[in-house]
Every structure is written in C-alpha cells, then in structure tokens.
Design a protein around this ligand. Structure first.
Ligand code: BGP
Length: 479
C-alpha cells in the first residue's frame, strides 16, 4: 500500500534510545555487585572480539549524570536501560545490596528531573553467576521463584515512579546463543537442553508478568523480542514452505507463547519428532495462558531471506561475522527445513546484516495482525565503524540514513493502522557490543575508547545526535 499522506506520529510518541547494564555500566565489582555469568565468560579465549569485556565498558555507572544531561539536551522522551540483577542481589537471591538499589533509584530520579520516561529491562542477559553455579541457572525451575522475587523488589521500589517495564530482552537470542551456538554463557551446544531451558524462561517471564498485573502496579509490561521477519527467496513453493518453517520456529515459537500461552503446533511437532521437545508439567500451560503482556516489545535490525534446504544441505555452524569484514557470513540452515540466503535486493552492513527498513513495517504489521497488541520498538540501529575527525566531529551519515528510513517505515506502519507506542534506537552512547568489541558502534554519542585502551572515555556528539534532536523536536516532521 502506498500512502498519499502519512499519518502523524501520536502526540505522546515515545522517542527513545536504549542500552543494557553490562554494555555500559562498568564498575563490575563495585559497591557490592556480585558476579554475572558474563564476567567469566568474556575471559574464555576466543569468545569475544579481541577479548573485549564490560569491566569498565563506558563507565556509565560513574558518568550517568553526564549521559542523562546529554539525553535531555537531545530531547529524548524515554530511555530504556537494564538493571543488573547481581547489583540488586549479589547472589541472585537473599540479601539485597542497598547500594545497587540506590544507583538505579538515582538514575530514575535523574531522568525524571528532565522529564525523560524511564523504561526498565528487568533481564538483559547478565544472570548472577551464583545461580548458574547453584542450580544451572535457566536449566532449573528454581529460577522461576528467584526471578520473580528479584522483579518484585524492582516493582516495589520503582514502580511508583515509572510506567514501562520490559520483562526479558531477546529470549530467543540468549537462549540460542547460550545453548545451541555456545557463543553466549553458559556456552552449551545441545538443542534438547536449549528447548528445556527456553521453556523455563517462558515460565519465569509469565510468572513476572502475572505478578506485575496482579500486584496492581501502575504501567505496562512486555517482553522484547528479536524479530527478523522471514521472506521467501522467491515464489517456488518449496521456498515458501521453508519460510513457513522459519517463521514458526524463529518467531511464532516465542511470540505465540507470550501472547496466547501456546507453542505453534507445527514447530512443536517437529521438536517432538526429533526428541527435543521440552517437558511440560501440570500447570505450565495455564500459567502461560494467563500472563498476557500489555505490549509486544520488538528489537528489529534486519529481515532474513529463506530457501529450501535439502536433507544433506547446510547446517547451523554458528560461524558469524564479528570482525566487520564484509562478506564473511556463510550460508546456514537446518537440513530438510530451511536455509538463510542473501537477499538480492538489499544492501548489507559491514557485519553482513541486511539493511531493510520495509522489514520493520512488515514486522510491525505481522505483530499487529497476529497478536493485536500495542508495540514498542525497543531497539533499532546501525552498527558501524565511526571515526573521530577534526574538531572532534563524527559524520555518521550512514547511521542517519538508516535511522531516517526506519523511522519512516514506522510512520508507514502507523498509517497502515498499527498501534506503535514508541521507538528506541540502539544505542544512546557507544557501548560494548557483546561479541564485537567496541569498534562496532551504534550511539548518537561517540565514546573515545577501543578494545585496547580505555583512554579518557570522553563523550562527543555525532552528527546523528543533532539529526535525532530535530526529529524529536518536530515529532517526526523532519523525517
Ligand atoms: C541486540 C541486543 C543488544 C545489542 C544489539 C546489537 O541483540 O539486545 O544488547 O547488543 O543486539 O547487537 P550487536 O552488538 O551484536 O551488534
């Protein structure tokens, strides 16, 4: 559908930007913080780009006031950040660390002082190490109570001051990387264990959502799902079936659970046939069915294109481009089910991610049609090499083009009738990319450091900083 005129963004549209604790805070052992599973994982040889880690990150823990002042200068309406579970509960359960609570309480107050709406992610991958050691983290049902108790502390302390909660960030990503590709902690490669752990994350997410709703806390809660909508390479029927396989097992497998509390039948049947379906206990499906989120959070970076894959075809090697040398990504897939292929119509980033603004419109439309929930885009952005030039300027024109086109796609989706509450870019400042070090930058604010040297961590506003400032000021009229 081509629109003659686009509908305006709603007046109270949440123009925002996002981050995650491990990627920005640093201070990884300060003020009583316990260890998370990332602290040791990054020390394993070859796991991260040039052995980079978040021990100092961009020192947001100490410089949050400077960062929030920059957000205010830009005019952000919302800032999405995550809370490090092991700052609040160093052991993951038991004793509360008051200094951890104070840090986030101060951050929330600082945001509110400037009229910026805090949006809190309860879990963005940094599981307390103690819970991993104690019972295997997400592989034990014990975590359901621990995660719910932790979330309750946050709701009880902060929910009178804020409205938007993201329960879990990209469950599909940390589960697949953690238990199938072995590229995130706990570095396991076992699909059966993956689906078992995933089911437990579903229950924990449902338990927290239920608590929030039954506890009559103000505001809204929803998950952030990493959605790369799948296109068929062409109209060859076998390629279309392969695409159905991908949509079922990469997208609906999670979002159907969030919204309806059920696994898509075809995907679940495939797991049963392979002997890797999770064990469902009495009461599980009832809990899942009674914990509908208030919104669907979506992290969108790219679409994927799919073709049929013969029984002796390519498999999931887990190999990916973490260095920014374009063209390194190899074809991967599941023999007999699907394979991901290049889209002949789309450009890619230096890390081989397709650039596809229309894919964002597709994903908003699909979520709206299938789930009928309001949507918050909780992440969208371009990872790129940026250079600090003369006069400390950064001319990130590629990022401006990327974001501008994606914002327009959001406006098109709104014009189509999709209810979009907000849009958060990834990210506000440059930060640590989990596996790609500091050279893959996403921010509006350049941070002067690299994998080898922390330097002074000085903040410099990029060209995109001013571009977004104008977008926000005009409520999207300058797009
Ligand atoms: C998402 C994560 C973010 C962030 C982003 C960019 O999957 O939620 O934490 O890292 O992707 O990814 P990357 O850093 O791998 O480029």
């Amino acid at each position: 559908m081509y629109h003659k005129e686009l509908t305006d963004f709603p007046k109270d549209f949440l123009w925002g930007s996002a981050s995650a604790a491990y990627q920005v805070e640093g201070a990884y052992q300060q003020d009583g913080k316990g260890k998370s599973v990332w602290d040791d994982f990054v020390k394993l040889p070859g796991k991260t780009f040039k052995g980079s880690n978040g021990e100092v990150a961009v020192d947001h823990y100490h410089r949050y006031k400077e960062d929030v002042a920059l957000m205010a200068e830009q005019g952000l309406k919302t800032y999405r950040f995550s809370i490090a579970w092991s700052r609040i509960l160093p052991e993951g359960r038991g004793e509360i660390n008051q200094k951890g609570l104070d840090f986030y309480s101060n951050l929330i107050d600082e945001l509110l002082r400037y009229g910026i709406e805090p949006m809190v992610t309860i879990y963005h991958w940094d599981l307390p190490q103690n819970l991993q050691d104690l019972y295997g983290g997400w592989e034990s049902r014990e975590i359901i109570k621990d995660f719910t108790d932790y979330a309750k502390i946050l709701f009880d302390n902060f929910s009178d001051r804020m409205k938007y909660w993201v329960s879990i960030n990209e469950q599909n990503v940390f589960i697949m990387h953690g238990y199938m590709l072995a590229s995130h902690p706990p570095a396991v490669n076992d699909p059966k264990r993956m689906y078992a752990a995933n089911h437990i994350v579903n229950l924990a997410n449902a338990s927290v959502t239920k608590l929030f709703k039954e506890g009559n806390y103000q505001g809204m809660i929803g998950p952030s799902f990493a959605y790369a909508p799948a296109y068929a390479l062409d109209c060859l029927p076998e390629n279309v079936i392969a695409t159905e396989n991908v949509n079922d097992s990469f997208a609906y497998f999670w979002m159907d659970i969030y919204r309806y509390g059920r696994y898509p039948k075809v995907a679940f049947r495939a797991l049963e046939k392979a002997g890797i379906a999770p064990i469902i206990e009495e009461g599980d499906m009832a809990l899942l069915a009674h914990s509908t989120p208030d919104f669907m959070g979506v992290n969108y970076y790219q679409s994927m294109t799919v073709a049929a894959n013969p029984l002796d075809g390519v498999s999931m090697s887990g190999e990916a481009n973490y260095s920014g040398e374009k063209g390194k990504t190899k074809e991967q897939g599941m023999p007999g089910m699907y394979k991901m292929v290049a889209n002949p119509h789309l450009e890619t980033t230096n890390w081989d991610w397709t650039i596809d603004p229309t894919g964002l419109r597709v994903c908003l439309r699909r979520i709206s049609s299938r789930y009928d929930l309001p949507i918050i885009i909780t992440e969208n952005g371009l990872g790129d090499f940026d250079t600090l030039e003369e006069n400390n300027e950064v001319h990130d024109e590629n990022r401006i083009a990327y974001l501008n086109n994606h914002c327009l796609a959001v406006q098109e989706a709104i014009s189509d009738g999709v209810e979009v509450l907000g849009y958060c870019t990834w990210s506000f400042t440059d930060l640590l990319s989990w596996l790609n070090g500091y050279q893959k930058r996403y921010g509006f604010v350049y941070i002067d450091r690299n994998e080898v040297e922390e330097k002074e961590l000085t903040r410099y506003k990029k060209a995109s900083f001013y571009w977004y400032q104008n977008v926000i000021n005009s409520n999207g009229q300058t797009l």
